[in-house]
Design a protein around this ligand. Structure first.
Ligand SMILES: Cc1cc2nc3c(=O)[nH]c(=O)nc-3n(C[C@H](O)[C@H](O)[C@H](O)COP(=O)(O)OP(=O)(O)OC[C@H]3O[C@@H](n4cnc5c(N)ncnc54)[C@H](O)[C@@H]3O)c2cc1C
Length: 467
């Protein structure tokens, strides 16, 4: 794809749209916008300018200018993405939504919130909680990522097993479409059959089909009782094997998370803390909610029986803050070990997860890979982190990672799985997307992109290339 460079004239026009203070070209100031949380410099690319939008009207005017002058526009939330979706691989401008960070309404009677895209996920969670309400979206990066980014990636996270992913929390969105028009998609309705579901098409499209400038999100009454249980297993596959049994038992867990032993030790080192059963154990963290203490007790008894029957070494009631601090430290712990990491985000049907875990470990041995594994086990979504071996060259390691991917993804697609459970395709998984996706499905995606964004202005080169 060929684009025009951002000229002085274009910069002046951008300044007239958003104000001089909101256009940044200084290389030190724009450098943080050259990458997301993927630390490998091979995936970084500098923007020509970063533009901070404050209103939907400004975003729309920017997109219209981009069409007129033919430069790429890359929307950006907090930059916590793990697929290089917010990286301006073709240059052009990054449009940061960080200044659009107001919670406009928390409606207690209607059980909904209206927010701008730059609202931090945890800020919305806390604002809802202050009114005894509950926002169910909960990615592990919730303390830093934004709602707009969550919607654009259809973020999952810990509670998806009970409440679904971000797309299930959304009633409606305001979007600047690739032609620069502000459109309102979806509605605050429990149901509708009114033409194509355009809001759901935009959700998860990683900024390639529209820039989200506002969202109306579902809220729920705050769950009154909840309990975190930690089951420690000697055997990895036994730990994962109990997940379908928990789901079948009708307990409806809020979260079912898995961490393998080597990862627990990595987190221990990072947090400088001793975690229970860490000498040998693999963790299954199960959170349940209930209508009363008795209801919780009943669920705990059932979980105890299931985990014990399935070979758990021990089961204990976990300190909520401590156990989730450990789970959420996974990414940081890995980063402290190596900046060169390949992060796979694979997903299979939940009943195929034990076989997948077994296969992952078999391949790791075959290719001499250093792995750290945590999984949203209740969703069949395994985060496989492959760290560069210190004694390997980058090329040798990369080559082994690539061979591993070929075998791993062949297995995953044969198992009915997909490339990404929640992080998205972005730039990082684009080649694998091309390789493993049904060509007819890919062609439909390309047709949609070409129809909605004929000048290929919005986040080009992400998910797939236009042919
Ligand atoms: C420690 C850690 C833990 C994580 N845990 C989870 C997890 O549990 N579950 C999970 O799903 N992800 C997780 N992630 C990944 C990441 O946090 C999510 O993908 C998150 O949704 C990205 O939000 P963001 O605001 O940082 O978006 P960015 O990284 O800025 O952007 C991500 C993508 O969305 C697009 N985008 C951003 N804002 C908009 C907008 N307003 N309109 C249109 N497009 C937009 C960008 O162009 C890009 O393609 C984790 C990341 C880290 C670092």
């Amino acid at each position: 794809m060929k684009y025009e460079k951002i000229s002085t004239e274009v910069l002046e026009k951008l300044k007239s749209i958003v104000g001089t203070k909101n256009v940044q070209t200084d290389s030190d100031r724009i450098q943080p916008y050259s990458h997301d949380e993927v630390t490998d410099p091979a995936y970084h690319h500098m923007p020509e300018a970063v533009v901070f939008a404050e209103t939907a009207q400004q975003v729309a005017a920017i997109v219209r200018l981009a069409n007129d002058c033919h430069f790429p526009v890359v929307p950006r939330g907090a930059g916590t993405g793990l697929a290089c979706g917010a990286v301006p691989t073709y240059g052009g401008i990054v449009v940061s939504l960080e200044k659009m960070n107001r919670i406009l309404d928390i409606n207690e009677d209607g059980l909904y919130a209206v927010v701008e895209p730059g609202v931090r996920t945890s800020d919305l969670q806390q604002a809802a909680e202050a009114k005894n309400l509950f926002y169910a979206g909960d990615p592990c990066s919730g303390d830093s990522c934004f709602i707009g980014g969550n919607i654009a990636t259809n973020a999952g996270g810990n509670r998806a097993v009970k409440y679904g992913t971000t797309r299930h929390q959304v009633y409606a969105i305001e979007v600047v479409n690739p032609k620069g028009r502000i459109v309102h998609l979806g509605a605050r309705l429990q149901k509708q059959s009114t033409g194509y579901c355009m809001d759901q098409l935009i959700i998860g499209s990683e900024g390639t089909l529209g820039i989200i400038t506002q969202a109306t999100l579902k809220l729920l009454p705050k769950p009154q009782f909840s309990l975190d249980l930690l089951a420690v297993f000697d055997d990895t596959e036994k730990a994962i094997g109990v997940v379908t049994k928990i789901i079948k038992a009708g307990i409806t867990p809020t979260c079912v998370e898995y961490m393998d032993n080597i990862t627990i030790k990595s987190v221990e080192r990072y947090l400088n803390e001793t975690l229970p059963g860490s000498t040998h154990g693999n963790y299954l963290i199960v959170e349940v909610e209930g209508s009363s203490e008795d209801d919780l007790d009943e669920k705990a008894v059932t979980l105890d029986e299931l985990c014990t029957q399935n070979g758990a070494d021990s089961l204990l009631v976990a300190d909520h803050d401590k156990i989730w601090q450990a789970r959420k430290a996974f990414a940081e712990a890995v980063r402290s070990e190596s900046l060169i990491v390949c992060k796979e985000d694979v997903v299979v049907p939940v009943d195929k997860e034990p076989q997948l875990l077994h296969y992952i470990l078999t391949l790791a041995k075959k290719y001499n890979l250093i792995t750290r594994i945590a999984s949203h086990a209740g969703d069949g979504n395994i985060h496989l982190n492959i760290l560069k071996n210190e004694d390997s060259t980058y090329e040798d390691w990369n080559d082994r990672v690539h061979q591993n991917q070929q075998e791993l993804y062949t297995f995953i697609y044969q198992s009915g799985g997909r490339l990404s459970g929640e992080h998205g395709i972005g730039y990082k998984r684009k080649a694998l997307m091309e390789e493993f996706t049904d060509p007819d499905e890919l062609e439909m995606m390309r047709d949609i992109k070409k129809a909605l964004d004929p000048n290929n202005i919005l986040n080009p080169g992400k998910i797939f290339d236009i042919k």
